[in-house]
Design a protein around this ligand. Structure first.
Ligand SMILES: [Zn+2]
Length: 303
């Protein structure tokens, strides 16, 4: 009887433990905080811990890729720092939530558009944030750099049309990947011909290959990633974050982003006020001509 009672008590305790949400673990690397479950469906699928510090290498590698992309874009290429933006006012950190792939569905990442007023690692701090799926391999997958680039975009402009937003974020992945650039593809007709541009406006990620890469190659914006940076950023197993020291386009893409900010008032005119545009017009088709005008102006300025 006593054994039976104890068995029931243990089983009940086990069930309570199963029902309670597991307390998330927090890993900090500089201003990047990766928040993850240690067990269960949302925990990192790959729990390899080569440096035996109790943190899955996946978690450290995600943080390393974010810091590497951040130093490259903001430190070396002088993109406006989202942490200093009006949009993410007073944010001091970046939180990366590791999510179950089952919950994420088709996506490997999802960027938070608004500042997290009470960050998960410290309710007295404000954080920018994004999610990554617990199944990605940062050595081969640039989702952390891609999502960080979205934060950078949000810090500069409220234009959200996918051919610009996803096209340039896909371009940004080149920072940590080895890119086979598309063959010399002439895009000048897209800049000149409205109907050719219409096709581009319908696109999203694939516009990187159809338009953004050919544009930055045509403008010969070829930049070398500094050696110090390549040596500085390594994953836990010692392999480099930057797989190639060549990237095309940082000066062009930065110039387009900054130019876009100056087009917001014009785009908003169709909606009455900037406030109304921010509410209803960030993805409006009427934005397309202003985004393309920004590209044309940068192209004609030749930087
Ligand atoms: Zn994206």
């Amino acid at each position: 009887m006593r054994i039976l009672f104890m068995t029931i008590a243990v089983a009940a305790a086990f069930m309570v433990a199963m029902m309670l949400p597991a307390k998330a673990a927090v890993y900090q690397q500089g201003i990047v905080y990766v928040i993850y479950e240690e067990t269960g469906d949302a925990s990192p699928k790959d729990k390899t811990d080569l440096n035996a510090n109790g943190v899955p290498d996946f978690v450290e590698d995600v943080a390393t890729q974010v810091n590497a992309a951040r130093e490259l874009f903001n430190g070396v290429f002088n993109f406006p720092d989202p942490l200093e933006s009006e949009h993410f006012k007073n944010a001091t950190s970046i939180e990366v939530d590791v999510e179950s792939k089952t919950t994420m569905g088709n996506y490997n990442g999802y960027s938070g558009r608004q500042v997290r007023k009470q960050s998960r690692h410290d309710p007295n701090e404000r954080a920018m944030h994004f999610k990554v799926a617990n199944t990605i391999n940062p050595h081969k997958n640039a989702t952390p750099a891609h999502e960080y680039f979205h934060l950078l975009q949000y810090g500069v402009t409220d234009f959200r049309n996918a051919w610009f937003k996803e096209g340039t974020a896909r371009w940004a992945q080149d920072s940590v990947q080895k890119k086979n650039y598309p063959d010399d593809k002439d895009i000048s007709f897209i800049l000149e011909d409205e109907s050719a541009a219409e096709e581009i406006f319908k696109g999203s990620y694939e516009v990187a290959n159809q338009f953004w890469y050919p544009l930055v190659m045509k403008m010969n914006d070829k930049v070398t990633i500094p050696d110090e940076l390549i040596k500085k950023y390594k994953y836990v197993d010692g392999s480099p974050v930057f797989l190639d020291n060549i990237i095309y386009g940082p000066n062009v893409i930065r110039a387009v982003l900054i130019k876009l900010k100056s087009k917001e008032e014009l785009a908003a005119a169709e909606f009455g006020t900037l406030k109304e545009w921010r509410k209803k017009g960030k993805r409006a088709e009427t934005n397309n001509k202003f985004i393309m005008d920004s590209v044309r102006e940068v192209y004609n300025d030749k930087l």
